[in-house]
Design a protein around this ligand. Structure first.
Ligand SMILES: [Zn+2]
Length: 377
């Protein structure tokens, strides 16, 4: 059974018209689905309740966030990471965050009660939020909330983060946990936010060798990326044998993303999603919860998540995007949108350092697998 979770109130998670984390990205996907004649049947989530939020966030953080979002003044708000350029204070944002977190939590509950095997949550993926800190456009960590819900019932959960930025918030919350494996493939923190996600961050105590990070070279292309998925994520899942797989499917590893430098094409994302579906079926008890995440090129992100949706339901959309949709969004966003769902092939000029990048990534993969080998016996 497959379910899609979405609520129109997700739009309330709006950090301002100039902010990159725009609700319009999902609007574009919903609009193209409608244009393609696909009437989606959504499961509507409730808002997450305070007692659930308290399982992953400190009470003073929740109180401060709710207060500023309601227009109240809170002293020393900077210590919570709020009121920054990345996380500005916008009226109603906490409500939007609660609504979206409720969606990811609903996804976890559907897997737990068996009402779904595959869940696609059309929002969320707030992987940077920490116990008492907003960061990187993220307020409430919906992913950690969902994972906690499952581990509380005794499940082992694997978390796979394909967002181009390190999934630091989720990793941190489960750093000591033997019940949660986190795997993050990201552009090296030497070049982009949040600056961590190094090879040596392997987990602590009982969580040792269960936290895996691959800080990939800038300009890494699809083949090298997919090699890392096979050699690291697939091997890790085969060994860990989780009860469920949670995936943060940010689209910002696309070559056109303005905030990062990896070089995946839509075709690479298709291969990656295929791999994720297969791994969840074969290695993760056939249970999968996928959220969205980053992705700051409107045109690429909308197409990548449309491809994800299509694959999730085994649909076959035409490669030509509907004219009415293109006209509507080009006029609204004042950008040029490619007329096809997939990128042209080739999508960009050859990368001069390609061979060196592939070698460096291979070396990273080897060093990571060597580092965990003794613990994985
Ligand atoms: Zn990101």
């Amino acid at each position: 059974m497959r379910r899609v979770i979405y609520h129109p109130e997700y739009k309330q998670y709006n950090l301002g018209t100039e902010h990159p984390f725009s609700p319009l990205r999902v609007e574009m996907v919903l609009d193209v689905l409608k244009e393609l004649g696909h009437e989606a049947d959504f499961s509507l989530p409730e808002e997450v309740q305070p007692k659930d939020l308290q399982s992953i966030h400190d009470s003073d953080y929740i109180e401060a966030l709710e207060a500023v979002s309601a227009g109240k003044t809170v002293a020393d708000i900077g210590k919570y990471g709020l009121g920054t350029a990345d996380n500005p204070i916008v009226s109603g944002m906490a409500y939007g965050a609660r609504r979206i977190a409720g969606g990811t939590l609903l996804g976890a509950r559907m897997l737990l009660d068996g009402s779904a095997q595959k869940v696609l949550q059309l929002g969320g993926g707030f992987h940077h939020a920490q116990r008492s800190l907003a960061a990187g456009f993220c307020l409430y960590n919906d992913l950690a909330l969902a994972i906690r819900e499952m581990t509380a019932k005794g499940w082992h959960v694997a978390y796979f983060d394909i967002d181009v930025h390190h999934g630091d918030g989720v990793q941190k919350m489960f750093y000591n946990s033997e019940n949660v494996m986190t795997i993050s493939l990201h552009e090296s923190g030497e070049y982009i936010f949040p600056g961590g996600g190094w090879l040596h961050e392997l987990g602590r105590g009982m969580g040792r060798s269960l936290k895996l990070n691959l800080p990939l070279e800038p300009f890494t292309e699809g083949d090298s990326y997919l090699e890392a998925v096979e050699k690291v994520a697939e091997e890790a899942l085969r060994w860990f044998k989780p009860d469920a797989l949670v995936v943060q499917a940010g689209a910002d590893a696309h070559f056109s993303d303005p905030l990062a430098d990896l070089m995946l094409t839509t075709q690479d994302f298709e291969r990656l999603f295929q791999k994720i579906f297969k791994m969840s079926e074969a290695l993760c008890n056939n249970r999968l919860l996928i959220t969205l995440g980053g992705g700051y090129s409107f045109q690429a992100t909308a197409r990548i998540w449309t491809i994800l949706y299509q694959m999730f339901f085994g649909l076959k959309f035409p490669n030509e995007l509907p004219d009415a949709w293109l006209a509507r969004w080009e006029s609204k966003l004042k950008i040029k949108i490619p007329s096809r769902l997939h990128d042209p092939n080739p999508a960009f000029e050859p990368i001069p350092r390609k061979a060196e990048i592939v070698r460096t990534n291979r070396d990273l993969i080897q060093r990571l697998m060597d580092a965990v080998a003794a613990d994985w016996l």
